[in-house]
Design a protein around this ligand. Sequence first.
Ligand code: CTP
Length: 411
Amino acid sequence: MGLQGKRVLVGISGGIAAYKTLFLIRLLKKEGAEVRCVCTPSALQFVTPLSLSTLSGNAVYSDMFSPVNQTATAHISYADWGDILVVAPATANTLGKFALGIADNALTTLYTAFTKPVLVAPAMNTNMYRNPAVEANMESLRKRGVRFVEAEIGPLACGCAGQGRMAEPETILAETAALFDNTSASAFWREKKVLLTAGPTQEAIDPVRYISNHSTGLMGASLSDVLTERGAQVYLVCGPMKNQPAREPYRRISVTSAAEMYRESLALWSGMDMGILSAAVADYRPKTACGQKIKKHEAETMLELVKTDDILASLGRSKKPHQFLAGFALETENETANAAEKLHRKNADLIVLNSMRDAGAGFGTATNKVSFLDKTGQIVTGECKGKGAVAADILDYIENLICVQSLTHPA
Ligand code: CTP
């Protein structure tokens, strides 16, 4: 399972699910991991230091100011020691402190000092789990790269039923192992440098108005997540997206306008192995953006628009033989002919085509349906699926295309 010799910090906060953490520690030890436990004061109301130290084989860190066996900087030495921090159970209180950077006990202080992967398994009453503040805290932790083992649905300690049960120790063990396991990072994608553009752009008319489109960035966020999961180094150049990647990409450059996206993308391109341009870039921008808010004077007015620079076409022009370039096309008519024209005009290797005529495809939907058009002239149409699954299909298609190309045209 890949846990042999790994140093796992098991963080425990105060919930009845802490009894299941004893099984998790046993499982981790059985897989060959070294385990040290770090507890909040409330955790010790549910499990004893004796059980934890007996099962883990190490002293328990729970008292930041114990004069006996700790130093004042124990949280730092624990943070240095661990390869991963697995917090199970993670209560609403502890998640809130993590999200806000509050460091007031051994576990929250350790978390704040910890720079390596963190996996949390929340456990709480279902109303607490669905509380908007708790959800917002979990979301902000996700955005910072914290991985979650979602709570399960079932009977809860309070007597009611719903989502809130801590995941089973076997599930948490498998998720812990997956974070170390290189098989989730495929050999093809590992270390590949991928420029990914995503989201809409906004073209200023004046300080309070802009031209934009309906892109929410969900397709781009899904691509970023699947690329990261597969081990790629994602350079995400993104406009103002409503949907964010669940995992922090390798590097993220936030932009607003097409001109900024163009500048940032071109600066990165020569160092990239691949470009996937999923952004819905504005094709036109106001010729001048007024410094002051435009006041209304007459019944009609004119806005002079000029074309923005085409990022995909510019990258296509400077594309080196080892670089792969994929663009997107959103069409409402003559889909295949328009996509084929774009493929050639912009010198892309692949166009991922969305048709606005397909139900469940396009902006703002959780699903998408795409067709693939490459230089061989073949067109392959996928099923309507969740955008995460479509992102995986797009990457599979690219991988397959590159592998076939390298077989037919070996370097
Ligand atoms: N694109 C880009 N820079 C632009 C405009 C588009 O990089 N200024 C990219 C998009 O990210 C997408 C592809 O080009 O990958 C297709 O965009 P689309 O707007 O559909 O194509 P256009 O060439 O602008 O054609 P049209 O709007 O006429 O359909």
